[in-house]
Design a binder for this molecule. Sequence first.
Ligand code: ADP
Length: 356
Amino acid sequence: MNDLDFFAAVIKALPDTVFEVDADGRFTFFHAPGHDNNGSEYVGTTVRDHLPAAAADLILGATQRCRALKQPQIIKYAVARPYEPTCTFQAHLGLVESRDTVVAIVRDITAEARHEAELNEQKRCLEEANTSLEQFVYLASHDLREPLSGVAGYATLLQKRYAYALDHNAAHFVDMIVGGTQNMEIKIDGLLSLSRINKGVLTGTFPLGAAVDSARRCLFGPLQGVDVEFQFPSTTTPLIRGDRGQITQVFQNLFSNSIKYRQEGQKLTIAVGVEDCPEQANMLRVSVKDNGIGFDMKHADRIFGVFQRLYTVHQYPGTGIGLAIVKKIVERHGGKVWPESEPGNGSTFFFTLPKA
Ligand code: ADP
């Protein structure tokens, strides 16, 4: 088989249209499977003879760029036909220097383009629904705070000023009201923080170690009286792209959980690890590992839900919103978060973040 036979066979086997145009935009070769005579009658006519002006402009513009830059070009164009759905095509163009022509391979991508448009529309609707849900959560939490502060304020007044007039049961009931309203205020604050996460700026660049250090400094209160050793490979502080305040918040939430869920009578160790993400070259995989009480992995998904906890407030204080915030921040940065744990054997929380 000589070269010409070979290339003719390749062109015939292609499901795509292949054409060649000269410097005047005139077809010097045309092969379109499915057309009468494979479209050979197009030879000698011009691109503008067959295509609407907008599509012809795009193709001829790309052939000119191909000639001027001596580089292949890829374009997409749409062709609307009366009483038929608009078709979308993708053309790959390459220069044939010896013939001073441009050859193009054109594929009908109407189905993919429609699918992509549908997906984009669904994404837009989801984003819109998400934004209005966040706005609703923000407004509802904000408006609930005011009457709640009133209840909390008056219950505290009752507790302080009328303690002498309350019998044992009444005093206990007032204590319960004060405790309940405080708990609700903390939960509402958590919801407010959750609804504000999408407002942060994602374009900052900072060393991961800076966020770890800031988070550690914020832990002064919870760390009081706790024997803890932090391990962090400070020599490697890779640069992260994102919202520094939010990433600090991620470490703060994870560290404070490690402190809260530590094993009694044992020195707490918290180790932060960083490595390249094996699955995604542009991401880092960060881990926060503790030697605390751990948990059963059957709860691995549940613990990231809003207000989901594995203990009562009497066993361990908390609102069940810390990990929901961690998940939302990490996902907003294009990453994912997952745990590994075993009851009595500590927990490791892994998450991925974009490299700067
Ligand atoms: P909270 O600590 O207020 O309950 P979180 O959303 O931070 O809320 O955590 C949800 C649950 O996940 C906790 O109630 C706890 O059962 C479990 N958990 C989180 N971090 C750890 C950890 N480091 N060790 C053991 N359990 C943990």
